[in-house]
Design a protein. Structure first.
Length: 459
């Protein structure tokens, strides 16, 4: 039976040093910006990388995929490590890995070296995200303060989606493709300094090591993510994709069985007895499927109708700007009407925006109105994250945020794979893709409104 109580998170335990919430938020926000930026900026640099190494664009997909695949595969393991060893040392170690890997990317003399360095970057990014969420929870123990902090964090991440192609394009054009990796180094060093000085040391929770659970989680996430990334190239019915999916499903079922039997599992399945946590994880999956699906579908559909890349960027400004503004403002609005209603209203705005574009096409006026509304749907992420964090006991914030972000990554990969297959060779199906995006936004609205609760956590 599920027992839920009002969240009464204790004040963060400080063990030496000082903790400055504002500086912690700065460090967490900048690190999140870099992790997101490294996905979008690299895509802009791929043609230049191909020119240097004499390879076609199709041969360079793993420069992007290696980062995404390792990042998604290790989120759960990294979150558990954050709980076990402490968010602060894991965050600092992850940033160090990310910095060294960025230098290795910039110094790579072959595509193989670049792909290997990108994989190490993904490892660092996977540990940065859940440990940064644990630091944020520790720095902002009060629910209303944490909601605002998460809103600012989400707004920064949303800005990186917009800024990534612009920053990447500027650096590649002026300083060359290596500069998009080298620029990470001074920024990482600044963040390391801020975090080392200002971040408090949350208490560690030394549960027994769970090697079987760790291995099965990595295998399940790796194979499922690989399948969704590569399905566009090989097809969903190809032996490689079917085999990878079968392994992923089998590993997932074994993982559940192992965690159910262990006295101290890496991921206590009792977390999912919390209706709020389960709803937040489902909403995070649907959020990335719909919003990141829209970010993928719209540029493809617009360019298929003759818009130049620059025109596409301009037409997408209302959507991306709306996301950043709504995400940031939600931290203040939520105190008036609550996270559950606000998240549902935001996602319903996404439904309306996708429906407008599916009905009226891609005119400048429909893109302005429809994009603005879809952007409001995209701005619901901090509400989902804040609800999930409030539902978690302090000793499981790391692994819980790992689950949440793994769901997000899976949803994003699934959205791109499914919607990409729908668009391939038939641009007139953009309307159907947008209808699917609207349906997913609607499912997210229903899930958040009827199943998320305010300020509860499992006992």
């Amino acid at each position: 039976m599920s027992i839920e109580v009002k969240s009464t998170l204790a004040a963060p335990k400080r063990i030496g040093g000082m903790q400055s919430p504002a500086f912690v938020l700065t460090a967490v926000g900048i690190s999140s910006f870099m992790v997101t930026l490294d996905v979008t900026a690299v895509n802009v640099a791929l043609p230049s990388i191909g020119d240097m190494f004499g390879l076609p664009l199709s041969a360079l997909q793993w420069v992007a995929s290696a980062y995404t695949l390792v990042f998604a595969s290790l989120l759960l393991t990294a979150g558990a490590s954050s709980d076990r060893w402490g968010a602060r040392p894991v965050f600092l170690g992850a940033l160090t890995f990310f910095t060294l890997a960025s230098a290795a990317c910039g110094l790579a003399h072959s595509v193989a070296e670049l792909i290997a360095a990108r994989a190490v970057q993904g490892l660092g990014a996977a540990a940065i995200l859940p440990s940064s969420m644990a630091l944020l929870t520790n720095a902002f123990p009060q629910a209303n303060q944490r909601a605002r902090a998460v809103a600012i964090w989400s707004g920064i991440s949303a800005t990186a989606l917009v800024a990534g192609p612009l920053i990447g394009g500027f650096l590649v054009q002026t300083l060359g493709w290596r500069s998009i990796f080298f620029v990470n180094i001074p920024v990482c060093l600044v963040v390391l300094s801020i975090a080392a000085i200002s971040a408090g040391k949350p208490a560690t929770h030394r549960r027994a090591f769970d090697p079987a659970g760790q291995l099965l989680a990595v295998v399940a996430l790796f194979t499922i993510t690989f399948s969704t990334i590569e399905a566009r190239q090989y097809g969903w019915t190809s032996p490689a994709i079917v085999g990878a999916l079968a392994i992923g499903v089998a590993a997932s079922l074994l993982f559940i069985a192992v965690e159910h039997r262990r006295q101290e599992p890496m991921l206590p399945l009792s977390l999912f007895r919390s209706r709020t946590f389960s709803a937040s994880v489902g909403a995070a999956f649907l959020y990335n499927l719909s919003y990141y699906g829209a970010l993928f579908v719209l540029p493809v559909a617009l360019q298929a109708q003759g818009y130049s890349p620059l025109s596409v960027g301009v037409l997408l400004i209302p959507m991306t700007l709306s996301t950043a503004v709504f995400a940031t403002a939600s931290g203040w609005i939520v105190n008036a009407i609550g996270a559950r209603l606000l998240a549902a209203l935001g996602m319903l705005a996404g439904v309306l925006g996708a429906a407008i574009l599916a009905t009226f096409g891609f005119t400048s006026s429909s893109m302005s109105v429809g994009g603005l509304l879809i952007g409001m749907g995209g701005g619901t992420l901090p509400l989902i994250v804040a609800a999930a964090l409030s539902s978690l006991p302090p000793e499981l914030v790391g692994v819980g945020s790992g689950v949440l972000n793994a769901a997000r990554q899976s949803g994003g990969a699934m959205g791109i794979a499914v919607l990409g297959a729908l668009l391939q060779g038939a641009t007139l199906k953009a309307g159907l893709a947008l209808a699917m995006i609207a349906a997913v936004f609607l499912a997210g609205a229903v899930l958040t409104f009827f199943f998320m609760r305010e300020g509860t956590r499992p006992k």
